[in-house]
Design a protein around this ligand. Sequence first.
Ligand code: KIV
Ligand code: ZN
Length: 524
Amino acid sequence: MSDTVRIFDTTLRDGEQCPGASMNIRQKMEVARQLERLGADIIEAGFPVISDGDFQAVHQIATEIQGPVIAGLARCVPKDIDAAAEAVKPAGNRGRIHVFLGTSKIHRDFKFGKAQDEILRLAVEGVKRARGYVEDVEFSPEDASRTELDFLAKIVEAAIAAGATTINMPDTVGYATPEEYGRMFKYVIENAKGARDAIFSAHCHDDLGLAVANSLAAVQNGARQVECTINGIGERAGNASLEEVVMALRTRRDCFGGVDTKVNAREIVKSSRLVSRMCGFLVQRNKAIVGANAFAHSAGIHQDGILKERSTYEIIDPKDIGWGDTELPLTKHSGRHAMAVRLKYLGYHLSEDEINQVFDRFKQIGDQKKFVYDDDLAALVEDQTLQPKEFYSLDYLNVVSGTSAVPTATVRLKEGETTKQDAHTGDGPVDAALKAVDRITGRRGALQEYQLRSVTAGKDAIGEVTVKVDFGDGQMVTGKGASTDIVVASARAYLSAVNRRIAMDKLPNRAQAAPAAPTAEAGP
Ligand code: KIV
Ligand code: ZN
């Protein structure tokens, strides 16, 4: 059995699927490029049949990313498989179709109303259709961990015979315990004919906080692919976190038969920050590996021990995962070239025009604060170039507020060549500014979440605001904005959500546009 565990990153599919984490195509491309640098073996880039946006993202990633395998997800339904095949086509022989079908009794009875034989037939047909397009086909019996073991082995055997090269057995609802999940792998690998010719894969959700432990138990029992996401983002409580799985395997090789991944661990912290920034999910301070406190030792006795010998209280050298990579802050005297070089180092792919736009903002910020750090630059890039800009941009904002003033905001927005201005009062300057924006755009958004964080230390730090807004249909739209003025940052964040909502309204929905679906295609 191979001693390499493949890392299948599903940040852009299962991760992005969680409410409020959606990314636009530019943001997905930045994440995909970072995953390539990180050394992910497989990038699951999306679920192409779901929407034109998903299809385009998978297609573009398959076109531009070299190295990793690019996977597109599909139900065992012809139109899904055809869309996935078309989307991953530019990747050539690095294209993978990942087909899935619910196999547990609960799914069979309540989602499909179908008996085991019928489910088995649909799985085989799905795998065969996918094999008609690509050599690399992954099959997932959804809710595998709640599927009867004998039926699971039977359907896995049939899928392998039909041409599946990877078998992923998900703990879809995060119900399994490590011992149980490991036993399932052992049983299926020992009992499904042809199992030795396929790669077995773990895919765990964190509903009971066991996603990483379950993934590791699967590896101990023969899995050689783990599906995971950066920062553990994903449906509900999230997926297994990539950085935890990778570092657990690497740090405790003695417990896992010496297996390892090909991940370039020095890219881990950068990947975590980028994903957090792109999808607007902050990383909790005490998160293992990538949380701000993960290597902070406050107890005096620990600090003393670390100074004498790092390994007294640290099991990983933080430098090995990219903490504290030397950062030379820029200042207002730094030129465009120095800034462009730094942006390239940070992994951004910007056109000359975009670099000029960021440089204009950089000079403004440089006048307001002494040093411009990497995180400041990343916030500017995100704010200036990666947000949808087509519809409205902030031209002018003036607020009156204070202990004895009625908070009032005057806002002017640009919409193409025209400008529109209005004013509003509110409970505070942010409330007033956002209400003035609503008045101009004619869209009333309900602010469901508002987060403000200072990008770096210092009273002059850039404030980065992340908002999640519901425009009346229950769907959460994320927006981000940055400025040394937090009211301006708030208005920018809100406007980026408005712009994103307008962009979403303009996209046709492929799944809805497609002909009526047969019963067997209920989604994940
Ligand atoms: O959790 C799950 O079962 C999934 C499948 C689509 C693999 O995400
Ligand atoms: Zn999942």
